[in-house]
Design a protein around this ligand. Structure first.
Ligand SMILES: Cc1ncc(COP(=O)(O)O)c(C=O)c1O
Length: 339
């Protein structure tokens, strides 16, 4: 099967598996796993941040970060497409007791001016205190689009002016860095905390990193324990993460090229209403109103393609290292022949 439901479906390559098998492990709850320590150190160094914490999932790193920056009754500003808001089980309410002010920007990207306009006054006791701005890059539901670094820097300036924290859900940040020719350190300089996922396009089986100041990460360590995320011989997973950071970053551009190649076919297909601009490995398009998404997905499945929906009439293909060049050709053959 050609599985483009998500870039989370990848399996470790033989070389990644070999790196996992060779890992020397220890008990990470005691801080004794060499690979976990090396992974955390490598990531913190690359981003120019003081410390990092290895966690089981991106949901956990995001939710820990939100809890670090807020108190119950505070408010978080994010885009209406944000994963932290839509797809983390209501975790902002559950873990942090915070309310959310959603903004609407093209492709999930709002402006510094919108942030400034939506910060609540602190001298009015009716209002929740705005405490945190959360940004997502790339924006999953926005079709994998990338933020302009300059806009993020302007948002940071508003955060500094208003006394707000700034968190990045960088589940696919490396896709953005590769697409835009930017560096981790440029992002480390803008955000108070950053979550990056090793289990998406980077191809590790599981695991995410939260990056921040020494103080933030010390508190995050305690919150990870509280959420049941303290892992023991996690070095096997950390070894996969280290392998991913060392070998799977530059190749993300190949996934972006696959997404562009398939996207180029879509405007000519009679059943496609429109296509979101493609910048990275995510391709989102809308079906004409007369086409039932379930029928389309069943057709694709019968042609050996597993894809998913993302809202009304919305189809998402996500490209990753387990989709080969031949399979891109087969996928194109399948979508051309649907009627
Ligand atoms: C943008 C974004 N943030 C966070 C996550 C959560 O990651 P996890 O599935 O590891 O919890 C995802 C998952 O797909 C995501 O797309």
């Amino acid at each position: 099967m050609i599985d483009v439901r998500s870039d989370t479906v990848t399996r470790p390559t033989p070389a990644m598996l070999a790196a996992m098998m060779a890992a020397q492990v220890g008990d990470d709850v005691y801080g004794e796993d060499e690979n976990v320590n090396a992974l955390q150190h490598a990531a913190a160094t690359a981003f120019g941040m003081e410390a990092a914490l290895f966690c089981p999932s991106g949901t956990m790193t995001n939710q820990i970060a939100i809890k670090l920056h807020t108190q119950p009754g505070d408010e978080v500003i994010c885009d209406e497409l944000a994963h932290t808001y839509l797809y983390e089980g209501g975790g902002i309410a559950f873990h942090s007791g915070a309310s959310v002010r959603t903004l609407r920007g093209p492709g999930g990207r709002f402006t510094a001016e919108q942030v400034r306009d939506n910060v609540n006054r602190r001298d009015d006791s009716h209002l929740p205190w705005t405490r945190l701005v959360a940004v997502e890059n790339t924006v999953n539901k926005g079709g994998g689009g990338c933020w302009d670094l300059a806009q993020l820097q302007r948002i940071r300036a508003v955060c500094d002016e208003q006394g707000l924290a700034l968190h990045l859900d960088g589940a696919r940040l490396y896709n953005a860095l590769v697409a835009r020719g930017e560096t981790p350190a440029q992002y480390g300089a803008v955000f108070h905390t950053i979550s990056i996922c090793l289990s998406k396009g980077l191809g590790a089986p599981t695991g995410s990193l939260l990056l921040g100041s020494r103080e933030h990460i010390a508190r995050a360590h305690r919150l990870r324990k509280l959420m049941g995320g303290g892992m023991r011989q996690a070095g096997y997973l950390a070894a996969a993460g280290l392998y991913a950071l060392n070998h799977h970053v530059a190749r993300l551009s190949e996934d972006h090229a696959k997404a562009r190649q398939v996207a180029a076919e879509l405007p000519a297909l009679p059943y496609v209403k429109d296509v979101l601009p493609v910048e990275t490995n995510i391709l989102i398009f809308h079906l004409d109103d007369g086409v039932q998404p379930d029928r389309y997905l069943r057709y694709l499945q019968a042609r050996g393609v597993r894809a998913g929906t993302m809202g009304k009439q919305t189809i998402r293909f996500v490209f990753h290292l387990d989709v080969g060049a031949d399979q891109v050709g087969e996928l194109i053959g399948a979508i051309r022949q649907f009627h």
